[in-house]
Design a protein around this ligand. Structure first.
Ligand code: UGA
Length: 438
């Protein structure tokens, strides 16, 4: 099977490398010459555990290559995947489909008879119809199919998610497209990964519904965490108590500083826009978006309050905190919509100085967070600070040297926004401990 992957972002590069690893011949195409040059030289433009080795071995095996030149590779392709960005359109939150439609228009005259164009980018309902219309407009006599195959991988766990998915969703409106996609995913179905075949529109909507539902779980547990703090219960007990009911499920019930990243914030907004366009209001998703926005700044205020409490009610103005972790979650360098951005803003609004460290995200963070002292490691960040604040659940923060922390901090105060530590342990070490929902 010859596959062309258009777009070498997270989804395109991971999917391309994994398809090659399944044994298909894959060419990844991008318009960004610097990205293609980097990939040809064996450099991976994103941070994703295991991706460099996967790319290297498949390039070496001759199954994976990279090019700027669509004309060279498209006429041979059985399946052409579109995996370009669909950022939020400025103003109304609708997904910006410019890159998807441009790819469709550009590929149309180069497609071979029977080619299956597969949309892997996250796109609103009806995008497949428009892609089909564009290709037909350019090539009225071509026989081709357009399918939807949304991707559910998570950053940081992308390869494993791709290779061992809970399900693969395939949205097709004709048998030929189904047959080709069955063949693309055949190596996976051997391990009994369920392939769910449905209509193209249902597949497109499934992607948004999945992300919105996961975002809902997080917003729900975050509100429960607030309630737990008020009533004197531990949210982790509540999460275990409800999550062990298989109807609810125990994943995505970890309270924290609110969800961020390149997907949940953008996709919930785009889904709201679709609901609005089709006059089907999505009130639950509306609330989730509002709860999460509010949560991010509330976390900054929580830190300020902890500083005040530790100072016997004195103003936090002029105090310094060490932020441990800046990325929206661990194992990524992605800063998009990271809660750290709002947290720093609320701290700075209260006159608090910020020292910060992140294992992988510093370069990206410097582009979006200013007036912060960036440090070389956790301990340098804590040197002289009045509190340490864990924002991201990096492994490097799970077993900090508590004695060393105590020596470095001006007072032993830990605000743990990911609940990595036990209150008892911390108090035994003489720390004032502030967790989430405990
Ligand atoms: C998410 C989905 O999980 C993927 O299935 C989907 O493919 C992807 O979006 C996408 O649409 O491309 P991702 O954004 O990489 O993946 O990250 P998640 O692991 O889902 O985390 C999202 C946010 O939720 C993070 O800020 C994380 O800290 C937060 N989160 C997650 C919690 O606060 N609590 C949890 O229990 C789980």
């Amino acid at each position: 099977m010859r596959i062309v992957m258009i777009g070498t972002g997270y989804v395109g590069l991971v999917s391309g490398a994994c398809f090659a690893d399944f044994g298909h011949h894959v060419t990844c195409v991008d318009k960004d010459a610097s990205k293609i040059d980097a990939l040809l030289e064996g450099r991976i433009p994103i941070f994703e555990p295991g991706l460099d080795a996967l790319v290297e071995s498949n390039v070496a095996a001759g199954r994976l290559d990279f090019t700027l030149d669509l004309e060279k590779v498209l006429p041979e392709a059985d399946a052409v995947f579109i995996a370009v960005g669909t950022p939020s359109r400025r103003g109304d939150g609708h997904a910006d489909l410019t890159y998807v439609y441009a790819a469709a228009r550009e590929m149309a005259p180069l497609l071979r008879e029977g080619a299956v164009v597969v949309d892997k980018s996250t796109v609103p309902v009806g995008t497949g119809d428009e892609v089909e219309r564009i290709i037909r407009e350019v090539c009225p006599n071509l026989t081709f199919s357009v399918a939807s195959n949304p991707e559910f991988l998570r950053e940081g766990a992308a390869i494993d998610d791709f290779k061992r998915p809970d399900r693969v969703v395939i949205g097709v409106n004709d048998d030929h497209a189904e047959k080709v996609l069955q063949e693309v995913y055949r190596p996976l179905t051997r391990n009994e990964s369920p392939l769910l075949v449905m209509s193209r529109r249902a597949a497109e909507l499934t992607k948004y519904a999945a992300n919105a539902f996961l975002a809902t779980k997080i917003a729900f547990i975050n509100e429960m965490a607030d309630l737990c703090e008020k009533v004197g219960a531990d949210v982790r007990d509540v999460a275990r108590g409800i999550g062990s009911d298989t109807r609810i499920g125990n994943r995505f019930l970890m309270p924290g500083p609110g969800y961020g990243g390149s997907c949940f914030p953008k996709d919930t907004l785009a889904l709201l826009k679709t609901g609005h366009d089709y006059e089907a209001p999505l009130r639950i998703v509306e609330s989730v978006v509002a709860v999460n926005d509010q949560r991010k700044s509330a976390m900054g205020r929580k830190v300020v309050q902890a500083l005040k409490d530790a100072g016997g009610g004195a103003d936090a103005h002029g105090k310094t905190v060490a932020l441990l972790g800046l990325t929206f979650k661990a194992n990524t360098d992605d800063m998009r919509d990271s809660p750290a951005i709002s947290i720093v803003q609320s701290l700075q609004d209260a006159g608090v100085n910020v020292r910060a460290y992140d294992p992988e995200g510093m370069e990206q963070a410097k582009k979006v967070i200013q007036n912060v002292t960036y440090c070389a490691n956790s301990y340098e960040a804590m040197d002289g600070a009045d509190a340490a604040v864990i924002v991201t659940e990096w492994d490097a923060f799970r077993a900090l040297d508590l004695d060393r922390m105590k020596d470095l901090l001006s007072q032993p105060l830990l605000v743990d926004l990911r609940n990595l530590y036990s209150r008892t342990d911390m108090e035994e070490h003489g720390f004032t401990y502030v967790g989430v929902g405990r």
